[in-house]
Design a protein around this ligand. Structure first.
Ligand code: ADP
Ligand code: MG
Length: 683
């Protein structure tokens, strides 16, 4: 249960003074429902104001604070702004401008002849000076020279947010310290409550900010470490394969160095009686399937069963085909089970599985989550792990008396630091070497207004027998508008290329989707227009051209994965990235990065660096954990530090019973990572 000391923070926002229904709504829109959410809604920046006695044109562009006396109202007819002419102590004029308000309201706020303290950005407008929507105070009231700016929604101001945060901090208890005292001293970090107060008072206080960021990543890493501890504490069967199946495998090529190393790492893990928790990261085309196959063979050699899970029907069937071909001639029974298998077929597969007649089952995540019983499930391989969160991972561990060994695979290139945040409970192997003979994909960036030239190039490409993907823009985060754009593009291309154009999107029924993909595989369809559903898996070597519209709207990791649909052994491949007209510096740099590099991990690291200064890490890019409080440029440092500290703490006090352990429990609750504490209970 949540420690009582946190109760004031977990109260509803309406517990704060002055929050009625009118204010609760904009707060709700910002996701601020509890007092703690308000406290953690940190300023995104600040303004520095200059106190002045006199208006000066040379201050234009600055935020000033000054005492002014309203002299006259000028309301323009129609929808124009209300202007209040006011003077400083010397009689210099400035207009205070309000858009969208009525003049009655201005008269009430700024009565003629009554001095007011006014603050805002001084601008020149023709010959005049003006301040648009100034902040107002009592005549003697001083504005703070530095004021925090917050992310807002309609009906809120930064001053209001600041005042609410101050109230939240007022209610906040002094919490026991969970940070290691040595670390805290070295970094010069304040106590938690003080840090919070300092950041709201002075958003430029980087030391206080770092402490809060650290708290958040520490809670995250600690939760991961507890997942790890509870899994590793369970006992399972050590799998010692004798090599008979792997030796019988006839491969037309040798393993790459990275594949061989990874297989050894997996073999080492499987030989332990603690369940394996390993993440295999490897760029598209790096050969993860073969590594998975080797791992599955070890399980079968040891007399157990293996399961391989894929995020989609198409991928599951593809893996099934690949494995069956690869393992043909070996005494290994491979079967497939997806949502499409129903009735008798399904029944007999399930029975064979329970009887141990099937050695390897390939299926979709969904199928696995239902009642599927194995005789002896020893190893689970999860492909495209990014669709599979910590919660699912934990559920997997709960399956069966003995938890299966787990190998998770992902092609989403994410920076090392974020790997730690997302998969902190796992050991990581990286396939950082491509099979030989891959030709790098040539990437070009083109302006969208050159569309005709692109379509001409596409025409030449298919009349030479080639095939192509055409990926449609991510209009919004909405499937519906993506779909509309894709349908329209397919329509235009059909006018020129007729029936050789196919369309696939996320809203199609699996069977329809498969039919289109089959047509594309067989080259009955030469151009496949698609929304991002082709992101994972699909393998058509003859498709050597990919066009991506509005490339600047995609995350780089996603672009890289899309690009990986081509370059699969059918000769030289090309990727055309179409970009909009007005591009920011960062967008330009990001597309240039795509042009210059074919290395997903390099792209991911650089992308993080490019975006580093600007935006906070949110859920914007798939693969990034949602940290609210961490300054991006400090993430790498804080994460590593938190990871080490969390592991050390759990090594010393695995039950979190000691004083620091108890404090750390509080941190888990504070950051909504209490699943970690539940594990302590049950374990
Ligand atoms: P991914 O990591 O994207 O899942 P795959 O496992 O699909 O990659 O492998 C991509 C291609 O590389 C497949 O056609 C596979 O047969 C081939 N491949 C895998 N390993 C090797 C190797 N060691 N040498 C040559 N080709 C390989
Ligand atoms: Mg794969």
């Amino acid at each position: 249960m949540r420690p009582d000391i946190l109760n004031p923070l977990f109260a509803d926002v309406t517990a704060l003074k002055g929050i009625g229904a009118a204010l609760a709504k904009p707060l709700e829109r910002l996701g601020l429902r509890r007092v703690v959410d308000v406290a953690f809604h940190l300023p995104t920046g600040w303004i520095d104001r200059v106190p002045r006695d006199e208006l000066m044109a040379s201050d234009a562009g600055r935020v000033i604070a000054i005492t002014l006396t309203p002299r006259e109202y000028r309301t323009s007819s129609g929808r124009g702004p209300t202007r209040v002419q006011a003077t400083d102590a010397e009689g210099n004029y400035v207009s205070l401008v309000y858009f969208g308000g009525n003049s009655g309201w201005a008269k009430k706020l700024l009565p003629i002849g009554e001095p007011r303290r006014v603050s805002g950005r001084l601008d020149t407008y023709g010959q005049e000076l003006q301040i648009v929507h100034p902040d107002l105070g009592e005549p003697e009231e001083e504005f703070r020279e530095r004021e925090a700016i917050y992310a807002l929604s309609e009906g809120l101001t930064s001053r209001r947010m600041g005042a609410l945060a101050a109230q939240a901090i007022e209610r906040a208890p002094v919490l026991p310290e969970w940070i290691d005292s040595g670390l805290k001293a070295t970094r010069g970090w304040p106590d938690w409550r003080e840090a919070l107060a300092r950041v709201h008072a002075d958003p430029a206080d980087t030391v206080a900010r770092a402490r809060l960021g650290y708290d958040e990543v520490f809670a995250n890493q600690l939760a991961m470490t507890l997942v790890r501890q509870s899994t590793r504490a369970r006992r399972t069967r050590a799998l010692a394969g004798d090599g008979r199946l792997r030796d019988a495998l006839k491969l037309p090529y040798a393993l790459t160095g990275a594949q061989a190393r990874t297989v050894r790492e997996i073999e080492g893990d499987l030989a332990q009686s603690a369940p394996m928790l390993r993440l295999l990261q490897g760029d598209v085309g790096s050969g993860k399937t073969l590594v998975a196959a080797m791992a599955l063979l070890i399980a079968v050699e040891a007399g157990g069963q293996g399961a391989m899970l894929a995020p989609t029907e198409i991928l599951a069937r593809q893996h099934y085909d690949t494995l069956r071909k690869l393992l043909s001639g070996l005494p290994v029974e491979v079967a497939v089970l997806t949502g499409r298998d129903k009735g008798r077929v399904r029944e007999s597969t399930l029975m064979a599985l329970a009887a141990g007649e099937i050695d390897i089952l390939v299926g979709t995540h969904a199928v696995f989550q239902e009642a599927v019983t194995y005789r002896d499930l020893a190893l689970v391989v999860v492909d495209e792990q990014h669709r599979f969160g910590v919660a699912e991972r934990m559920m997997l561990q709960a399956k069966g008396v003995r938890p299966p060994h787990l190998l998770a695979m992902t092609a989403t290139p994410i920076p090392r630091t974020l790997t730690l945040a997302q998969y902190g409970e796992m050991d990581v192997s990286r396939l950082d070497e491509m099979p030989p003979g891959r030709e790098p994909i040539e990437t070009l960036v083109m302006a969208e207004d050159k569309l005709d030239a692109v379509v001409d190039a596409l025409g030449r490409h298919i009349s030479d027998g080639g095939q192509a993907y055409w990926v449609c823009p991510l209009v919004e985060e909405s499937e519906k508008s993506d779909l509309a754009a894709a349908e329209m593009r397919a329509e235009t291309l059909r006018r020129r290329f007729g029936e050789r154009v196919g369309l696939v999107h996320g809203r199609m029924k699996p069977a329809e989707k498969d039919a289109v993909m089959a047509d594309f595989s067989a080259n009955r369809v030469a151009i496949l227009v698609a929304t991002t559903v082709i992101e994972v898996g699909v393998d058509v070597p003859n498709a050597t051209l990919i066009v991506i519209e509005h490339a600047d709207r995609f995350g780089l990791a996603q672009l890289h994965q899309l690009r990986g649909r081509v370059g699969r052994g059918g000769g030289k491949s090309r990727c055309l990235l179409l970009r909009g007209a007005a591009l920011s510096e960062t967008s330009r740099a990001r597309l240039a990065l795509m042009r210059e590099s074919n290395d997903g991990f390099h792209i991911a690291e650089e992308d993080l660096r490019l975006r580093g200064g600007g935006e906070m890490l949110g859920t914007r890019q798939s693969g990034e954990a949602a940290f609210r409080l961490v300054p991006p440029d400090q993430l790498a440092d804080l994460l590593q530090c938190a990871q080490d500290d969390a592991r050390l703490l759990v090594d010393r006090d695995g039950g979190l019973e000691g004083p620091r352990g108890q404090a750390a429990r509080t941190a888990l609750y504070l950051f909504d990572r209490d699943a970690g504490v539940q594990l302590l209970r049950s374990g």
